[in-house]
Design a protein around this ligand. Structure first.
Ligand code: CP
Ligand code: NVA
Length: 320
């Protein structure tokens, strides 16, 4: 029996489901053509209201490798960008495409799309969450640290703008994975209580834990993987001046990295700003796995799309 599922935020999948998607991602890492769920050029609409390099390329190439046709629509080239209602756009696209992927602003926009769509909807980044990125990041940990089963119980640390989409996604996805998630940023740039409470509730069921702290050293101590992100997210470009100052003590540099485990990984969703949220020494250094992380966007998203299509069709063979 088919089941329509979406990936709007990281906790739209449970622990076992997240593992299943990551295991599929490992299979796609080994064999780019492991599954081809789309027969012929079945279309997947990939919409962008914000710029993108990695998400655009990984979904475009990924959908093609799955046997589908990626229809990439930019805000400037769509009627959505001229104010056509989300529900009207969705009514049209859902009759043509086999999945809808959208990078946009408020989370409520993609929730509205999902409330109308009759095909899976995937969040390709909103102001609140970036679940595809974190699937790729966890796949990268699995790649380097002993597979998907090794994720539960690991400690991850995120430093910097702890109120942004990446911080929120690490909190939720890390909790789902059963990780010990530490998020650190300055006062005024910490996650919303509602997200922290959601993450804590999930962590209580998976054996994980959540720590939100203004002390970057407390977050870094003995971490297995360290993450950071830009201090100025898309849509905040007019805040450069106010957004640099409070974050300096959260810059991931060699001194802070020395507090993490000696074999800790460093990851960054990219684009990175060397000399701001991370030093060149760290991001270009031996602990950095950012290029594998970027490549894993392709494998993780192919796994996610395959899993969502498998669920919708009730085709168990696509889930493993
Ligand atoms: N990390 C990421 O989503 O990159 P893009 O903005 O280039 O898609
Ligand atoms: N927090 C960043 C992530 C970019 C992939 C942004 O939203 O711009």
């Amino acid at each position: 029996m088919g089941q329509l599922r979406h990936m709007l935020r990281d906790d739209d999948v449970n622990h076992e489901e997240q593992k299943q998607i990551l295991e599929l991602g490992m299979k796609f890492r080994e064999n780019r053509f492991y599954h081809r769920p789309f027969e012929g050029p079945q279309g997947v609409a990939v919409l962008f209201d914000k710029p993108s390099t990695r998400t655009r390329s990984s979904f475009s190439i990924g959908v093609a490798e799955l046997g589908g046709y990626p229809l990439v629509i930019d805000k400037s080239g769509s009627q959505l960008g001229r104010g056509e209602p989300i529900s009207d756009t969705t009514e049209v696209l859902t009759r043509m495409a086999y999945a809808l992927v959208w990078r946009t602003f408020e989370q409520s926009r993609i929730e509205e799309m999902a409330s109308v769509a009759t095909v899976p909807v995937v969040n390709a980044l909103t102001d609140e969450f970036h679940p595809c990125q974190v699937l790729a990041d966890f796949l990268t940990i699995a790649q380097f640290k002993g597979g998907v089963d090794a994720l539960a119980g690991m400690t991850i640390a995120y430093l910097g703008d702890a109120a942004n989409n990446m911080a929120n996604s690490y909190l939720l996805a890390g909790a789902v994975a059963g990780m010990h998630v530490r998020v650190s940023g300055p006062n005024g740039f910490l996650p919303d209580d509602a997200i922290v409470q959601d993450a804590e509730a999930i962590a209580a069921t998976t054996g994980g834990s959540i720590l939100v702290t203004t002390d970057p050293k407390e977050a870094m101590r003995d971490a297995d993987c360290v993450f950071t992100d830009t201090w100025v997210s898309m849509g905040e470009e007019n805040q450069y001046a106010v957004r640099s100052k409070p974050f300096w003590q959260y810059q991931v540099n060699a001194d802070l990295m020395a507090l993490a485990k000696p074999d800790a990984l460093f990851q960054h969703c990219l684009p990175a700003y060397r000399g701001k949220e991370v030093t060149a020494e760290v991001i270009d250094g031996p602990q950095s796995v950012v290029w594998d992380e970027a490549e894993n966007r392709l494998h993780a998203q192919k796994a996610l799309l395959t899993w969502l299509i498998g669920k919708q069709r009730g085709d168990e063979s696509l889930l493993v």
